[in-house]
Design a binder for this molecule. Structure first.
Ligand SMILES: *Cc1c(COP(=O)(O)O)cnc(C)c1O
Length: 824
């Protein structure tokens, strides 16, 4: 984020065709659409966006309390001036369109070149690489992360400012009709088409329609860079823009402006030779996969076209860095949590990282290790003053500033702060004992090499980790939400360590994404969540009488499944002098597990009606076979029974009572039975009953090869000498055994693991802490990564091999396997 020029909200009203009222001369500089990620409230203009299950107007009160004064709204009911005497409002018809119009208008103030990038894949990589390649020559404004949507593009374009002389924005679409809007906002003068593929095909009639929509981005461009090897792309661009635009293409096999002569992969590097304007040129890249090579050639052609000299090109391409858009959450020394974010450093991404920090473990002390921020468009004084305010507002307890720039402004910081001139000076001075039980954000510009700091503060866990992709989890959450009515409440099951993926990290994420309830199996799990700062309601599915006092103390709500438990809980409430406590009534409609059956209902009612110790918050039941078609008649009968029995209960009470019966498979297969609440479990973690392709894999279990040895064929491998070799074999040893949750039944070739994209069998018996694998037909080296399950080898496949279900695999990964969380 850089200083955009300031606008009064009166001028915002005139640009967006809105009506201004309240304080009309408020000055705003920053735009926000998410009440959770505020940076500088005093100068923020909040757009109350309205979606199918989201209404920004609901957060005005909260934002006002946090200091936001300027709002763009489409519903004036929530803008009472008596309640918000200091606020100024702009009333428009549609807040999203107003946001887009404001950005479109802002764009018109600048005449420097604007690169617009679109394509199915590679947009963010090409944008970030162009930034890496050009940022010494230009002062660049670019989209943060992958902000390329109807909302992300206007927020990106808003960053254009008079200090910059080049802008690079990406544009992504998922439906017909969207690109016109993005193209008007970006008004690119220079276009790049990266790659054309399958993403978002479902919303388009066919490939041609999708392509035609994408290339609308280029209608204002003078020149367009693309790869001519996709025939459809080549033809479409030529027929639409061939007459009046400069088309600049590259190709591996036909005439083009840049022709690839050879590509030679050596280890992890690729040496590429091309012909451009009759000259042969050469670069090398620190990557060897095809997508990276294609993206790099696209960037190269772009640089050649921008007349960047060959020396500079030759020097910069070998230094390209992978685009890690993800933040990483890891366990640190001294019970600390580390959040690593050292690829990107600007005020906007600092705000995002601070939000993630707040989303995790609100109650812990917070430290940030921050480097200088470059090219912000602010003076050092303005920049660090803004950062100081931001740190104050996000309640950061301690700052460790590294770099000349931030050190020179040390007086601006009010929190406990210390400063170092460089990463080396900091590391030389480092006392590890000063970090205890806190959450540490490590955020710096690339050239500060903060990965060295992270290494020094990281808990040296063993090499086996479960990587948990929090973005994938949110994607899955949103998929299930899309199957529900906007008013349906969502309980998320976080029992059994959130199906193995972690407890507080997941619960914090879910609370942040505003699910209504969490559900755990036993009281202890709920206590752990409360201790980590979880405040939303928590249900306990297996409440045990000895834990009732604790449950009441920690506001955990019991599932009541029979008369005994009901009476016991009532006793506990009396003992604690508590009235009006929420409980959840479980009905057994066919699972034959816990729950009241039909003829118990009268007794149940007699216990609860007119009893003011508790009230029924919800009535629910559980389906026994929602995932399988063969049981559909039975499922329908369960739903019918539930409807009747719960009707009978609800009719006895005058207050509202929630009802729920669907689990993940039920949500997908019986959405008509969602009542007003559902319980999401395995689906969140990436397993679908019918639409696996709609979900993203969340967890990956990974380890690394500790040792490789050549074992000749007369030998055996491992305990019991079970690994009888047929031929001379390259044996790899991996530090994962049955104590980690690598099931011993996978011994002797039944189990397979993936090494560099290739499946290889387990040799001999799996040991407690180690296993051996056959690497004979691979070029694997010691230290290479090994995938037990994950994106490329699914947990479902592994479950099939073990004749079990993914639930069991996920929940039996031992707690000693470190969980590492990623979030973009
Ligand atoms: C575990 C559980 C769920 C979630 O089931 P999934 O199949 O994982 O979606 C829902 N309800 C109850 C009562 C459960 O115990």
């Amino acid at each position: 984020m850089t200083v955009a020029q300031s606008y009064t909200i009166e001028s915002v009203a005139s640009i967006t065709g809105g009506v201004c009222y309240g304080k009309e001369n408020l000055i705003v500089k920053t735009l926000s659409i998410d009440s959770r990620s505020l940076q500088l409230p005093g100068e923020t203009l909040f757009f109350a966006l309205v979606g199918a299950r989201h209404d920004g107007h609901l957060y005005i009160k909260d934002l006002y309390q946090k200091g936001v004064r300027a709002f763009v709204v489409s519903n004036s009911e929530s803008t009472d001036l008596k309640q918000y005497p200091e606020a100024g409002f702009v009333l428009v018809h549609d807040t999203l369109i107003a946001l887009q119009n404001l950005a479109e208008n802002h764009r018109k103030n600048f005449s420097f070149p604007v690169i617009g990038i679109t394509g199915s894949n590679g947009k963010t990589i090409v944008k970030e690489w162009l930034y890496q390649l050009l940022n010494e020559s230009y002062s660049i404004v670019r989209s943060p992360k992958s902000y390329n949507s109807q909302v992300g593009v206007p927020l990106s374009v808003w960053n254009m400012n008079s200090e910059a002389n080049l802008a690079i924005f990406e544009a992504g679409i998922s439906q017909p009709g969207e690109m016109d809007q993005l193209s008007k906002i970006i008004q690119p003068t220079y276009g790049i088409f990266t790659h054309f593929g399958d993403a978002h095909r479902e919303n388009f009639k066919d490939e041609v329609q999708k392509l035609e929509e994408k290339i609308k981005l280029f209608s204002s461009c003078d020149s367009i860079v693309y790869c001519a090897d996709n025939k459809l792309v080549d033809e479409s661009l030529k027929s639409r823009y061939g007459q009046n635009r400069e088309l600049i293409s590259w190709s591996r096999n036909q005439a083009a402006n840049l022709m690839v002569v050879s590509e030679e992969i050596k280890g992890n590097r690729t040496f590429i030779k091309i012909k451009y304007k009759k000259e042969t040129k050469e670069i090398n890249l620190p990557f060897s996969d095809k997508a990276s090579i294609d993206n790099a050639i696209t960037c190269w052609l772009c640089l050649l076209n921008l007349n960047v000299d060959d020396e500079t090109i030759k020097e910069r391409f070998p230094k390209l860095e992978p685009v890690a858009m993800r933040l990483e959450i890891k366990e640190g020394i001294g019970d600390c949590t580390l959040i690593n974010d050292y690829y990107n450093s600007d005020l906007g991404s600092l705000g995002i990282a601070l939000d993630l920090m707040n989303q995790q473990q609100k109650d812990k002390s917070k430290t940030i290790i921050l480097s200088d921020i470059f090219q912000s468009g602010y003076t050092n004084h303005q920049l660090y003053k803004a950062i100081s305010k931001l740190l104050e507002q996000k309640k950061i307890n301690r700052l460790i500033g590294i770099g000349e720039g931030i050190s020179s402004q040390s007086k601006l910081f009010t929190c406990n702060a210390s400063f170092y001139r460089s990463t080396d000076v900091f590391l030389a001075d480092l006392n590890r004992n000063q970090f205890k039980d806190e959450i540490i954000l490590i955020k710096g510009a690339r050239n500060f090499h903060f990965e060295r700091i992270s290494n020094a503060l990281q808990y040296k866990a063993h090499q086996t980790v479960l990587e948990v992709n929090l973005n994938a989890m949110v994607h899955n959450l949103n998929y299930f939400r899309s199957l529900l009515k906007p008013s349906t409440k969502l309980v998320v099951m976080v029992k059994a360590f959130s199906y193995g993926s972690g407890s507080t990290e997941i619960a914090n994420l879910l609370q942040y994404h505003r699910v209504n309830y969490l559900a755990v199996a036993i009281a202890d799990e709920g206590v752990e969540l409360r201790n980590a700062g979880i405040t939303i309601p928590i249900m306990v599915m297996n409440p045990e009488p000895h834990s009732f006092d604790t449950m009441i103390e920690y506001r955990l709500e019991p599932e009541i499944y029979n008369q005994t438990i009901c009476l016991e809980f009532e006793k506990a409430l009396k003992r604690n002098g508590v009235r009006n406590y929420p409980i959840h009534i479980k009905l057994d409609t066919g699972m034959n597990r816990l729950g009241f059956v039909h003829h118990d209902i009268d007794t149940l009612l007699s216990l609860i009606v007119n009893n003011d110790h508790f009230f029924i918050s919800s009535v629910f039941s559980h389906l026994a076979g929602a995932d399988e078609q063969q049981h559909d008649d039975f499922t329908t009968r369960q739903i019918d029974s539930f409807t009747q029995w719960s009707d009978q209960i609800l009719s006895q009470f005058s207050y509202p009572i929630d009802r729920h019966i669907l689990n993940s498979a039920g949500i997908e297969r019986f959405p008509q039975a969602q009542f007003n609440m559902v319980r999401l479990g395995i689906g969140l973690y990436g397993i679908s009953a019918i639409h696996q392709e709609k979900l993203m894999n969340v967890s990956s279990l990974k380890t690394t090869i500790s040792q490789i040895k050549e074992v000749s064929k007369e030998n055996t491998v491992g305990y019991g000498r079970k690994g009888q070799l047929q031929t001379d074999t390259r044996i790899g040893v991996i530090p994962i055994g049955y104590a980690d949750g690598f099931n011993r039944k996978l011994s002797n070739g039944l189990g397979k693991v993936m090494v560099n994209g290739q499946l290889v069998p387990v040799v001999g018996n799996i040991c407690m802490d180690m296993s051996m694998i056959d690497l004979t037909n691979t070029d694997a080296k010691e230290g290479d990564s090994v995938l037990i399950f994950g994106d490329d080898y699914s947990v479902s496949k592994l479950a099939e091999q073990l004749d079990t279900i993914p639930y069991e695999i996920l929940t039996t990964i031992s707690r000693r396997v470190k969980r590492v969380y990623f979030q973009e």
